[in-house]
Design a protein around this ligand. Sequence first.
Ligand code: ZN
Ligand code: ZN
Length: 346
Amino acid sequence: MKALVYHGPGKKAWEDTSKPAIQKPTDAVVRILRTTICGTDLHILKGDVAECTDGLILGHEGVGVVDEIGSAVSNFKKGDHVIISCITSCGKCGACRKGMYSHCADGGWILGHLINGTQAEYVRIPHADGSLHQVPAGADEDALVMLSDILPTGFECGVLKGAVKPGDVIALVGAGPVGLAALMTAQFFSPAESIVIDLDDNRLAVSKTFGATSTVNSREGTAAAQVMSATKNVGVDVAIEAVGVPASFDICQDIVAPGGHLANIGVHGKNVELKMASLWSQNITLTTRLVDTVTLPMLLKTVLSGKLQPRKLITHEFGLSDLAKAYDVFGNAAKERALKVLLKGG
Ligand code: ZN
Ligand code: ZN
């Protein structure tokens, strides 16, 4: 089969490799129908994720069809269409019993990280019963790819951890796919105002179609001051960080109101400075989380009903064999006006 194989920092190729086989009775092998590229994959290619080694197949999102199951898989059979969670869950360990699949003792984020991922014609999914979800007949499978990672990530790490409530003023720093997923799912709770902050005017314009009530371009370094003046120097009830660099985390620290929440989503490669001299007395809650995808079944219902329309995040489509070209587009997201790029298999 063919797959997108990582060969160390800056190097990748769409090349021949061996088709995965069942290794444990709880495994399934899935033929990929749809996959996509995540910002995390770009971090891996930059060399930011040291555990990723030469020869790894990238990718942790996708929809596919079950090709083969191990003898202990009971929820799925050959031919079932499935959503692949980016998080592998055994369902039995202490973390899984708490619903914290991200820290599963025999899973968590392993696809396209510690084991071969979904940017391939076939992928082996460990603990298939806990890590796959049935695609209902007639569903828009393109849209369902957004349930593998970005919608649960925006919702769980941003909206739920940020405890967005009706009437809140919220701010989202970073209008990439995950930030927009947080913006979209925050609307479940009817915030009064949703302020979106980014460097890219195109993304800011797009955010208005997902519920942004105002936007701020942070190019000039005055984003925090603009948000403070727009909120009469009170700040925001919930500041959601969806970039993962010190500058964007600083904006969140500077705009969170007394009693507010600062919810981090961003993948940080570098430490940030916590401004305790000003925050110690502000009654704020700072949260971090790795997505568990525990809300995937609920989010699936809202997508099927049309309440959420994540398909609008897809800006580009390619055939699976054009993965390298898709990386070029996604890697130049601002110039290409790219949000999610969808790869379709045969
Ligand atoms: Zn991802
Ligand atoms: Zn587990």
